[in-house]
Design a protein around this ligand. Structure first.
Ligand SMILES: Cc1ncc(COP(=O)(O)O)c(C=O)c1O
Length: 393
């Protein structure tokens, strides 16, 4: 029975839900952006599957898993993306998926241009730089104006597209891990299309937290993971290629396990984490029963707003992303103006028992990232707001 329509602010419901995550005693974790916890039921199932696969070994893996179960799991993951199974390959991580796409995109000629921005994830930045060395393309990097707005973000791309007429490929991050900014993907992809530029979308922080549809966004190539906001065991990623564009991505380094017409040939063939894959049907069922990304995203955004609203008037604290609900989800970074951010994150931990992380690498400078999770309470957010206020004095 679906349990949908839980209100983001129904603290009693969410506290019951939070009790399903066993947590180690210690600081309050406001760094849930690294990876997500599994629920108690998922953890039990995963442990059972580890023991089962360890007992049954290759006999089960070859006779049952490879023959039937893996395709059913594959289909369920494609359903999560509202995509056909032939558009989806399972990988070990978002990085695996994104780097396979970048490495194997075959439409670049020497002298073409590729583009990424300051907010991309480092493994994506590195792979785009690699194209410069190995494909003879010119690598263009742009920095987004700060503070950003919906129009300034789209405008920065429009300007880059006009200035660099040989652009063929760009990376785009749906939800950046640096500040939490949610990119206007549909508008940027539409502008890219006008210039014949392909987009590889990094959806690592989007899947499970933001409702989206790749066809509506106009995205042909994307990479995700299931171990952040979907709640899967670690080491689960997804590669997406619009089936009509499959020919534009080569099989990975001569991969021959699957035919060249199969999307699964676009990633390295390797022994999968079978117990984790066997756990996915339960993970996806729980995700759906909760109401999917709509419910999860609304809760995270509610928690985010609880702390942001209490501190956004403080002069010495800068909220790194604009107050435009289209441009944020549950993650938001802040900066103590004129202070050392690492030092302030350490004070949050030492003096207030709040665990956060400093993120640098964006043009707007280092900041402290606040990422609530499904075990976070409204009280945790009030505690954070109080701490921020005190530390800003
Ligand atoms: C925006 C973004 N992209 C990509 C990744 C990489 O994901 P994975 O660890 O699954 O490779 C992360 C991980 O934190 C991320 O935040």
């Amino acid at each position: 029975m679906p349990e949908h329509n839980y209100h983001a602010y129904d603290e009693a419901f969410w506290q019951t839900f939070a009790a399903r995550y066993e947590t180690e005693p210690g600081p309050i974790n406001l760094e849930n952006g690294y990876f997500g916890r599994m629920t108690d039921t998922v953890l039990d199932e995963y442990q059972r599957n580890i023991a089962f696969i360890n007992r049954s070994n290759s006999l089960y893996a070859r006779q049952r898993f490879e023959q039937a179960q893996s395709s059913e799991i594959h289909r369920q993951v494609a359903d999560l993306l509202q995509a056909p199974a032939e558009a989806v390959a399972l990988t070990h991580s978002a990085t695996d998926a994104l780097q396979s796409l970048i490495r194997n995109y075959n439409r670049l000629q020497p002298g073409d241009q590729v583009l990424f921005c300051d907010l991309e994830y480092d493994t994506v930045k590195g792979a785009m730089q690699w194209l410069g060395r190995h494909r003879g393309v010119e690598v263009i990097q742009i920095e987004h104006p700060h503070p950003a707005s919906f129009d300034s973000l789209v405008g920065a791309y429009r300007e880059a597209f006009a200035r660099h007429p040989r652009l063929k490929l760009m990376a785009l991050t749906h939800v950046t891990h640096r500040t939490g900014l949610v990119m206007p993907v549909a508008a940027i992809a539409a502008a890219a299309r006008e210039h014949g530029i392909d987009v590889i979308l990094d959806g690592a922080h989007a899947l499970g937290q933001i409702e989206f549809n790749l066809a509506y966004l106009g995205i042909a190539f994307a990479g995700f993971n299931l171990h952040k906001w979907i709640g899967a065991p670690l080491t689960q990623g997804v590669l997406y290629i619009d089936p009509q564009r499959l020919a534009d991505i080569d099989p990975d380094m001569g991969e021959s396990h699957y035919p060249a017409t199969d999307v699964r040939a676009r990633t390295p063939y390797a022994t999968p984490n079978i117990p984790a894959l066997l756990t996915l049907p339960l993970v996806l069922e729980e995700h759906r029963n909760l109401g999917g990304a709509a419910t999860k995203g609304a809760r995270l955004k509610y928690l985010r707003n609880l702390w942001v609203r209490q501190v956004q008037d403080i002069e010495d604290i800068e909220i790194m992303i604009p107050d435009d609900p289209r441009l944020y989800g549950g993650i938001t970074s802040l900066r103590f103006v004129g202070r050392d951010q690492q030092d302030m994150a350490e004070r949050l931990l030492r003096d207030y028992n709040l665990f956060t992380v400093v993120r640098s690498g964006s043009a707007c400078g280092p900041c402290i990232r606040i990422t609530p999770g499904f075990a976070t309470s409204a009280a945790d957010m009030h505690r954070l707001a109080k701490a921020l206020r005190e530390l800003s004095l």
